[in-house]
Design a protein around this ligand. Structure first.
Ligand code: SF4
Length: 140
């Protein structure tokens, strides 16, 4: 074998080997892409029965024994409440109406002659009939 023939043989053998191996190998199917199946939806559990909160206490028909609003209570301070309308801060509250007091306010529910009565702005407490706050509204 000449040198050029030997060189040519060395160049061809690897490719021939590969071709031989490929021809003798079993056919391999192309891999099939397997898509993930979507997860089954979570079973819907029935929501637990939550007892509804107790309804709020209705306003008592009688107000006997109900405490008085204190002028230093947070709500009273916020509304400039005083238990004597004569002490209303008329310079601070621009909408003050002369002669206005709780017992002639639309929100007051005390009876005529009562010293105190209820006002929805101060739940659970009495306001003085002669009291006043900056939310006063003329009784119709
Ligand atoms: S809203 Fe009327 S009844 Fe209530 S505190 Fe004010 S002035 Fe008095």
């Amino acid at each position: 074998m000449s040198v050029s023939t030997r060189r040519r043989f060395i160049e061809i053998v690897p490719f021939a080997g590969l071709a031989f191996v490929a021809a003798c190998s079993p056919k391999v199917e192309a891999p099939v892409a397997v898509l993930p199946t979507p997860a089954a939806p979570e079973p819907v559990m029935p929501s637990p029965v939550v007892p509804s909160p107790a309804p709020p206490e209705p306003m008592p028909a009688t107000t006997a024994g109900m405490p008085m609003v204190g002028e230093k209570d947070a709500q009273a301070v916020a509304l400039n409440y005083v238990d004597d309308a004569a002490r209303a801060n008329t310079t601070k509250v621009a909408n003050h109406v002369a002669g206005s007091q709780c017992n002639n306010c639309a929100l007051y529910s005390g009876k005529a002659g009562d010293a105190a009565g209820m006002c929805p702005l101060f739940p659970g407490k009495h306001v003085a009939a002669k009291g006043w706050c900056s939310s006063w509204v003329k009784k119709a």
